[in-house]
Design a protein around this ligand. Sequence first.
Ligand code: SF4
Length: 73
Amino acid sequence: MPHGKPAGMPCVQLDDQLRCRLFGRPERPAFCASLRPSADMCGASRSEAMALLSALELATQPDAAAPPSVGAT
Ligand code: SF4
């Protein structure tokens, strides 16, 4: 996806079984290759992972309420 993957949209590289078509290939984005799964991101099941990832996506969306910055008036 030349301009990045919009939030909430599946990657175009996912196949019918939700596997990355680029896995192990040099065309796979460096960010994807660097991402390491962790329990706090993946949980113990697909449904738990989807809930955790949805919460992370909501918490990091650009228009999410930002915490007040130090020194703000
Ligand atoms: S690893 Fe990267 S390229 Fe592959 S499906 Fe996931 S987001 Fe897409």
